[in-house]
Design a protein around this ligand. Structure first.
Ligand SMILES: Cc1cc2nc3c(=O)[nH]c(=O)nc-3n(C[C@H](O)[C@H](O)[C@H](O)COP(=O)(O)OP(=O)(O)OC[C@H]3O[C@@H](n4cnc5c(N)ncnc54)[C@H](O)[C@@H]3O)c2cc1C
Length: 481
């Protein structure tokens, strides 16, 4: 019997796995998809929120502020790309100004640092060309790479002995003396403590363990992805004044850590928790709202779209946010539920994990594990290196001299590292999110075939086995000629 079974390998599950990996308990992570970060963790705004959006006294507010404060050091420890950009919110009229005044008071109460209301001139200095009559500035807000965050957490945990099993959707849970038996289509596993960090499915997983009463209302947010124009157009995230009652933070424009700009997200309650569509009506609205914030955006900058789904506990007629649920269920000792972990769940993932660690510590002795490591390193990103360093790498490994993804200048050596990742994820998305290949303006038109060729010729896969994101997303069905 395992000591701990974690269901779900998003930012929350992986961060919990890492925190537990520093101690003796034996931990297993079960994930239904073929890699980490395949749920909401890979489909958000990637902003490290400062913590002013949440109700004072709520778990969301406290854990967000704590997460934001620790994130820079954590990302350094794990080698995750992170940049403190600051963030502005824009007022278009007096009503907006009043909203921003209240938001500042809320942020001050939550312990956010350096918040200030600013006039049109200062706003224009921070973000040249931005619309509006004035605004609000948060210097502590940051951006990061949510994929590498989750990958680094999982790889660090795995290095310390945590087992990750992918393609294992938990379909049944039986409570029994001293623990739980968890069933997936591939087998069954027993564990003393069960941690439910299944994101959009956390209500259903809880019900499987016999704890009914949660209902997650999926609320979709659609985004545009723009080319790498952030350096010229957008130094920091720009948000509208937050209107009460909507399910998100309003449509914003945000630079990504890779230099793109994203526009979104919308907020639309939907029936199916896995309906990741992007829709013409919503996309038109996104564009109009983004243009009001940043008129210099051009349609020709658009290179893609995606959507993410919020795991909301607040139904549509209630709107807004309900607090995170993070607790061991009294009715089911040993079951630790994490339900309604919507934004700012990425920012708050480490403090959430520390809370869960305390809960686990009430059942199991948390004796430090000898030899456990806290640091993690990714290989260098070739395109970001100085010329001399690039030349040195090519001398050491000629595959650094071979560009596979032209848009992002990703080398064959980096693709190889991504294919050979320690978690054993072998889909095209696994390569994409590790090496960042296929993410440029050509959307993989040039490099996708070359990556497939590597998988087939050098790793012995049959073309029919190559998937975008695991079974059901096969790329090829047979030969044409
Ligand atoms: C549009 C949008 C924008 C956001 N922007 C931000 C932001 O800027 N900053 C921020 O801090 N937060 C943001 N968030 C919130 C943040 O993304 C989430 O809080 C966070 O990613 C939640 O992580 P998680 O691990 O709980 O869930 P997930 O990442 O969804 O992970 C849950 C995992 O469980 C797996 N799973 C589900 N069911 C089962 C099962 N039965 N068996 C096995 N595995 C299962 C899923 O496949 C998934 O991988 C945003 C969210 C959305 C939707």
């Amino acid at each position: 019997m395992r000591d701990v079974i974690i269901i779900g390998a998003g930012a929350v599950g992986c961060t919990i796995a890492r925190e537990l990996s520093f101690y003796q308990p034996d931990v297993l992570v079960l994930e239904k998809e073929c890699d980490v970060a395949a749920g909401t963790t890979g489909r958000n705004s990637a902003v490290v929120h400062a913590g002013f959006n949440n109700r004072p006294g709520s778990l969301m507010a406290r854990l967000c502020v704590e997460g934001s404060r620790g994130m820079e050091a954590l990302c350094r420890e794990l080698d995750v790309p992170y940049r403190k950009t600051g963030k502005t919110l824009v007022a278009f009229d007096e009503e907006d100004r009043e909203i921003l005044r209240k938001l500042k008071a809320q942020g001050d109460a939550n312990g956010c640092r350096g918040l200030k209301l600013i006039g049109k001139e200062e706003l224009e200095e921070l973000v040249p060309g931005v619309g509006g009559i004035g605004g609000f500035y948060s210097p502590e807000t940051a951006i990061l790479d949510p994929f590498k965050y989750c990958i680094a957490m999982a790889e660090n945990a795995a290095e310390n002995g945590v087992t990750f099993r992918f393609g294992e959707e938990v379909t049944g849970i039986r409570r029994e003396e001293g623990g739980f038996t968890v069933t997936t289509p591939k087998g069954s596993y027993t564990g003393r403590i069960l941690i439910n960090s299944a994101g959009l499915a956390a209500d259903r997983v809880s019900a499987m363990a016999g704890v009914d009463g949660y209902h997650i209302y999926p609320c979709r947010g659609e985004y545009f992805i723009l080319d790498e124009v952030a350096q010229d157009l957008l130094p920091m995230p720009v948000y509208p004044a937050l209107k009460a009652g909507i399910g998100g933070l309003g449509v914003h424009v945000t630079p990504t850590i890779h230099g793109n700009i994203i526009i979104g997200p919308s907020a639309e309650y939907i029936e199916e928790p896995d309906d990741y569509a992007t829709t013409p009506a919503v996309m038109d609205k996104l564009w109009r709202e983004a243009q009001a914030l940043l008129p210099q955006l051009k349609r020709r900058h658009i290179i893609g779209a995606y959507s993410g789904i919020r795991a909301k506990l607040a139904p549509e007629n209630e709107g807004g946010y309900r607090d995170f649920v993070i607790k061991e269920e009294e009715a089911c000792p040993g079951l630790i539920n994490l339900v309604g972990i919507e934004s700012p769940g990425l920012t708050a993932s480490r403090p959430i994990a520390l809370m869960v660690r305390e809960m686990v510590g009430k059942h199991l002795p948390l004796t430090p594990k000898e030899g456990a490591v806290r640091t993690h390193r990714f290989p260098p990103v070739f395109a970001k290196l100085e010329r001399a360093e690039q030349e040195r790498l090519i001398r050491e490994d000629p595959e650094y001299g071979e560009i596979v993804c032209r848009c992002r200048r990703v080398t064959k050596a980096e693709i190889r590292w991504a294919i050979e990742n320690p978690l054993g994820a072998r889909s095209l998305s696994a390569v994409k999110y590790r090496a960042w290949a296929t993410t440029g303006r050509c959307n993989g038109g040039y490099c996708l075939n070359r990556i497939v060729e590597m998988l087939v010729r050098e790793y012995g896969m049959r073309p029919e086995e190559v998937t975008l994101r695991g079974p059901g997303s096969e790329m090829f069905s047979g030969e044409v000629k």
